[in-house]
Design a protein around this ligand. Structure first.
Ligand code: GAL
Length: 417
């Protein structure tokens, strides 16, 4: 009897093992794409992979901007159980590569000729030590201002192109009882607005010095004082319930006419499309005030984590699928971003997507294509967090601009050490 049970147990263990290897073509992907437009875009990937026989094990960690996802990922890696792949922003790719946690996608990259079509700014993050460690899914632009066209028309307003114009338009709306700015009070959203204000008031060279180079003089400059002044002004243009609001709920306020504008990356376009509204017509897209001609960017990468042999084929399949031109087109049409390769036609993209594709080429040419701080391409995670803390503290208190600038210098200096 005992023997029979033993052999039954062994047989079922063998089946489990066979099952495990039969599913070697599954990918477990950790990501934070849980809002409507994000999830719809992710479905494009899941479906694409299923046609290639690659199964999808979903590991969603809700939370815009991906902070919660990073916490979960760290715990998974620390416990020796990393996912097959994880959504990461550029600096996170670099930092995980430095930790030695990433695999090598170079074989897929060479077979697919990625080096010829992926823009240099993205390659800098996707490659580490001469190897491809991550594959870029998209290029997002965080410095957009989204405008409810009907509200502007009814009130005889034109889209603002400078912060001064923005303040005038916003005050007019506020006086009429309309919430000028939809905002979600979460550190990454505060920082998304801060990115726009630094770039819009200081210009591309100032953004480069203050953010990318963390230059102490730039961080402590009068220009930075003006930036915090503008942040304080913006605080007066949001509604009373902004604290903690998710970004997609803020976008919804603009779509349903509860607020006139939102400063947000073009993942907001995913929500516009899902609401059956037309980007560029119902909801206007203009560069955030003062930032026309410059392009802040952030890219979502899928990085190869679990480096065991079992999962290598599935990782390569995922990477190759992501880089295919047809996938890049299909995915980015839904996500609101533009393709991470230079050879996809703009033809099928809406007015905002076509503007993005044109603007990025112009910005690259004039040296104003810059990594977004709020979205993991401007600074190390430590310095990014330090800046987030000051920006959020200032936004939610009566801290003076002068004090904020001093705190900023201290925070960045200690985080950079
Ligand atoms: C960004 C990410 C986008 C979008 C957004 C809000 O950091 O790159 O793909 O999802 O967060 O969650």
């Amino acid at each position: 009897m005992k023997y029979k049970m033993m052999s039954r147990l062994m047989a079922s263990a063998a089946l489990v093992c066979a099952g495990a290897s039969a599913q070697a073509a599954d990918v477990e992907v950790l990501h934070w794409w849980t809002a409507g437009g994000e999830a719809a875009a992710l479905n494009v990937l899941k479906e694409d992979l299923s046609t290639k026989g690659v199964g999808w094990e979903d590991m969603p960690v809700a939370g815009g901007g991906g902070e919660a996802a990073q916490t979960t990922l760290k715990a998974r890696v620390a416990s020796g159980n990393p996912p097959t792949a994880a959504q990461l922003l550029g600096m996170q790719v670099r930092e995980w590569a430095q930790e030695g946690a990433l695999g090598d996608l170079t074989q897929a990259a060479e077979a697919g000729g990625w080096a010829d079509v992926v823009p240099g700014a993205l390659k800098d993050f996707a490659m580490y030590d001469g190897k491809w460690v991550a594959v870029p899914v998209n290029i997002h632009r965080p410095n957009w201002l989204w405008i409810n066209a009907a509200i502007f028309e009814e009130n005889g307003l034109t889209p603002p192109t400078t912060w001064e114009e923005f303040n005038t338009v916003a005050q007019t709306l506020k006086d009429k009882g309309i919430t000028p700015l939809a905002h979600g009070g979460q550190p990454w959203q505060d920082a998304t607005v801060f990115d726009d204000v630094v770039l819009g008031i200081g210009g591309a060279d100032f953004y480069r010095k203050a953010i990318i180079e963390a230059d102490m003089d730039a961080l402590g400059s009068d220009t930075m004082v003006q930036v915090f002044d503008q942040m304080r002004t913006l605080r007066g243009f949001v509604d009373d319930n902004f604290s903690g609001r998710d970004w997609n709920l803020a976008t919804a306020m603009v779509l349903n006419g509860e607020a006139a504008m939102q400063l947000m990356g073009d993942w907001a376009k995913g929500e516009i499309i899902r609401a059956d509204m037309v980007p560029g017509e119902d909801i206007l897209c203009v560069a955030a005030p003062g930032t026309e001609g410059s392009y802040l960017f952030n890219t979502d990468f899928f990085a190869a984590f679990d480096v065991s042999d079992d999962n290598r084929d599935a990782q390569m399949e995922l990477a190759s699928a992501v880089m295919s031109p047809s996938f890049q087109e299909a995915f980015n049409l839904v996500k609101g971003s533009i393709p991470a390769r230079t050879d996809v036609s703009p033809e099928k993209f809406d007015a905002c997507g076509q503007k993005a594709m044109k603007d990025i080429v112009e910005a690259e040419g004039n040296g104003s294509l810059l990594g977004s701080l709020a979205h993991g391409h401007g600074q190390t995670s430590a310095v990014q967090r330090a800046i987030f803390d000051v920006v959020t503290e200032h936004f939610n208190s009566d801290m003076s601009s002068q004090d904020a600038v001093e705190e900023l210098q201290i925070a960045v200096e200690s985080a950079a050490m």
